[in-house]
Design a protein around this ligand. Structure first.
Ligand code: ZN
Length: 675
């Protein structure tokens, strides 16, 4: 027997001091770890969880314990048992005395599994919060190509449909980007006024969204309403009043040949951080904002003329003053790892002042003497556009109310969808602007990022006509096939590629070759052996158990893929494709039972389960292929109206005795090469 005297316990000045009671060098075989912890007066541990089981014995002091959101006070003599993966923190409530406790922890694989299953169970309840999905508002200076769709717009639509199936109150806010000379350039090209051009392209964008079955609940139009004017002016005034917006002199680009100041899209040069081609403030390559004065080798985007940098008095957002809000946001929001890296990169430097006014003959004017010709730029408009979208949403409900009251009376989860090149706007400026105007009333909850979608391994380019328009693809191949392929190849963790031959092969081999074939095989069995009448399940074979288990697991995995915190359409597609393959295999494997003269009752169970699986798969794929799903549900005689739909958890049988005879059909439009 090895014994060791207890190491003396001392109170130390740090907020948390610890003494090791069972040192691993002396007791390498000990089945547990044991420490004495002292929490200084007023101190608190971080909220955390882990895979170990943990036991606390409170020796002295009193404190507050928070476990999975539940609070209770604890004092000397109390014993606390923590199961694996429970989120916990402990605070010392005393202002003078330390809180001292012994903690012991050990690994128990079975307890870990139980802890995991408990967490998964609690995830399956519909969220009480209202989810607001916010795809980056499109710039109305052209149509939407499939690169635009594959990222924010389709992703947002799939999430909206999925959350609604879960029973979560969900809305998508859409609209046009704020005022920018990207639109002014397009207007000039068309020989139209700024707003006429913006409305023309907004119409085109809405048409494309419609052709791809992408829905939204409200749309902020390009022409500013009186409400929008007043709101944006108020946000600006409030920032000025609080010292978050300052007036000062900075450098901007000037074209001496034409005696003009140039901003945003009118300027091109090299990014000071990564050297890639960049506009006055934006770099698509590294995603970082740069000031006009930092751009390297600034030139006129139209003529290529070298520009001068000249002093210019305007208004700047003093971002550094909002650093604490950004640090809170960084800690609280669900961010993809790449965005955490990006935010830490930005936050490791002093945050810059961001120019928010410029010279333009469109946009929201400044009501400030001496600045009558300046307008707010699109950067500053982001907060106003969000609140206007919420105002429109709040006004469209049964009890109209203003955006602020609407937000104050709800728990809201805001989920922006955007491309990596928009990271600075969405992960830095946007949360800062929201906080600057209404503190913690609304902040992004989870951010859904996408990378570039390539066309034949090259970036989409409207000017080089290297693009496929969303409405044209959907017209040729059908909205469901378009949505499915874009969901399957969505650039979620890296750049991905669109190729027309691969798209056609996916329709032929997967959607028709597997999905449609599966529905047809079920109908074949039903018609040939059961006179097209749904059988009632009888005894379960071992294969039936296994198949049911595959279905339940797929249901759980696809649900996780549809959760905003871990959203992934590529994963949902892959899980479903895999399941359809398993389901066909199950059908083929069990089919011979139907040909035995005295058909065993297991055969009825198998077909009833296959039909249950088809119904379940239709509902699971509905966010991505709403038309296919509706057609299948209708053919199965199941309700398919929006109010009747819910996530198939648990999966349900098709009513026995029902006649089903319409499953053999063309669910997908023939491809142009097949016509
Ligand atoms: Zn860059």
């Amino acid at each position: 027997m090895i014994t060791e005297s207890l190491i003396p316990v001392q109170v130390e000045p740090q907020s948390i001091a610890r003494r090791v009671l069972v040192p691993s060098d002396k007791f390498p075989e000990a089945p547990l770890n044991c420490h004495v912890l002292h929490l200084a007066p007023g101190a608190r541990t971080a909220t955390h969880n882990h895979h170990d089981c943990e036991l606390w014995l409170i020796i002295a002091g009193r404190g507050e314990l928070i476990v999975d959101g539940q609070r209770r006070t604890i004092g000397a003599g109390d014993v606390v048992q923590l199961e694996p993966l429970m989120c916990h923190e402990i605070a010392n409530l005393s202002a003078t005395e330390p809180l001292t406790f012994v903690t012991a922890w050990w690994v128990d694989p079975e307890a870990l599994r139980q802890g995991y299953l408990r967490n998964i169970q609690s995830e399956t309840h519909a969220s009480e919060a209202v989810h607001l999905i916010l795809p980056a508002f499109p710039t109305p200076n052209g149509n939407l190509h499939i690169g635009h769709l594959s990222g924010p717009y389709l992703g947002a639509d799939v999430l909206r449909r999925a959350l609604r199936l879960f029973g979560t109150s969900t809305y998508t806010l859409n609209g046009s980007l704020g005022h920018t000379n990207y639109i002014a350039v397009a207007a000039k090209r068309r020989g139209e006024s700024y707003y006429d051009a913006a409305e023309h392209f907004t119409g085109m964008i809405k048409h494309t969204l419609d052709r791809v079955d992408i829905e939204y609940d409200t749309f902020v139009e390009p022409r500013p309403s009186a409400h929008y004017h007043a709101l944006t002016a108020d946000i600006f005034a409030s920032f000025v009043k609080r010292g978050l917006v300052i007036q000062r002199c900075g450098a901007v680009h000037y074209d001496p040949a034409r005696d003009r100041f140039l901003f945003e899209a009118q300027v091109t040069g090299s990014c000071p951080y990564c050297g890639a081609d960049a506009s006055a403030n934006d770099c698509e390559n590294c995603g970082r904002f740069h000031d006009d004065g930092e751009l390297i080798d600034g030139r006129c985007a139209v003529t290529g003329q070298a520009l001068e940098l000249v002093p210019f008095e305007r208004f700047y957002l003093s971002l550094e003053r909002l650093r604490p809000a950004l640090e809170d946001f960084r800690a609280a929001a669900f961010l993809p790892a790449e965005l955490k890296r990006f935010m830490d990169w930005i936050l490791s430097d002093t945050l810059p002042d961001i120019g928010i006014t410029h010279l333009a003959d469109y946009g929201i004017e400044l009501d400030i003497p001496g600045f009558e010709h300046q307008r707010l730029n699109m950067t500053f408009e982001h907060a106003g556009r969000l609140f206007t979208a919420i105002e429109q949403l709040a006004n469209a409900t049964e009890h109209p109310q203003g955006w602020r009251a609407w937000l104050e009376t709800r728990t809201v989860k805001l989920i922006p969808f955007f491309g990596f090149d928009n990271s600075y706007m969405r992960a830095i400026l946007f949360p800062a602007l929201l906080f600057g105007y209404c503190e913690k009333l609304i902040q992004p909850y989870a951010l859904a990022l996408n990378y570039f979608y390539l066309l034949d391994h090259q970036k989409f380019s409207t000017s080089r006509n290297h693009a496929i328009w969303g409405d044209e693809l959907a017209a040729q191949y059908g909205p469901d096939a378009t949505r499915f392929y874009l969901s399957l190849t969505r650039p979620e963790t890296q750049e991905t590629n669109f190729s027309l031959p691969m798209f056609e092969a996916t329709i032929r081999d997967l959607l028709v070759g597997q999905w449609q074939a599966w529905a047809a095989e079920i109908q074949d069995r039903l018609s040939s052996h059961f006179n097209a009448v749904v059988p009632e399940a009888g005894p379960w074979s071992l294969q039936a158990y296994r198949f049911y288990d595959d279905l339940l697991q797929t249901c759980s995995r696809v649900k996780h893929a549809y959760m905003p915190e871990t959203f992934s359409t590529t994963r949902a597609c892959r899980e479903l494709n895999h399941f359809v393959e398993l389901a066909r295999r199950f059908g083929h494997e069990t089919e011979p039972l139907n040909h035995i003269a005295a058909r065993p009752r297991e055969a009825e169970t198998h077909l009833a389960l296959e039909m249950m699986a088809l119904r379940t798969v239709a509902l699971m794929v509905m966010p991505m292929m709403p038309r296919f799903a509706k057609t299948v549900l209708d053919a199965l005689g199941e309700a398919s109206g929006a109010d009747a739909l819910s996530w198939p958890d648990p999966p349900m049988f098709i009513a026995p005795g029902r006649r089903v005879d319409g499953l053999i059909r063309h669910y997908f439009q023939p491809t142009p090469s097949e016509r």
